[in-house]
Design a protein. Structure first.
Length: 102
């Protein structure tokens, strides 16, 4: 599986759960300074509250992608409005500066 196929599968998997979600790749994979053993960091922004059920559903489905691709996925899930409230944080700024929307 190529990187682009992997990213397409991540996007397809998340959008099957929440068709309105935004998916952002961030971290070393987005910046291009990753190593072979680097994980894939994703931020999933939803219109619905990012409660435990939704977060677990997204992570559980992405686990199947992890197994199929043999890649390690780290996922943050936030409601869009709640994410905007975090704009003063370093994480928000890093994703804004270096992130790539799928």
């Amino acid at each position: 599986m190529t990187d682009e196929q992997f990213l397409s599968e991540v996007k397809r998997t998340v959008l099957a759960i929440d068709p309105q979600a935004e998916i952002w790749l961030f971290g070393s994979r987005a910046r291009g300074d990753f190593r072979d053993d680097s994980d894939w960091d994703f931020l999933v922004l939803t219109d619905e509250p990012a409660n435990r059920t939704l977060t677990h559903t997204i992570r559980d489905q992405l686990y199947d992608v992890e197994l199929a691709s043999r890649q390690l996925i780290s996922t943050l899930v936030h409601q869009k409005g709640e994410w905007e409230d975090l704009e003063v944080t370093d994480l928000y700024q890093n994703i804004k500066d270096d992130g790539r929307q799928l």
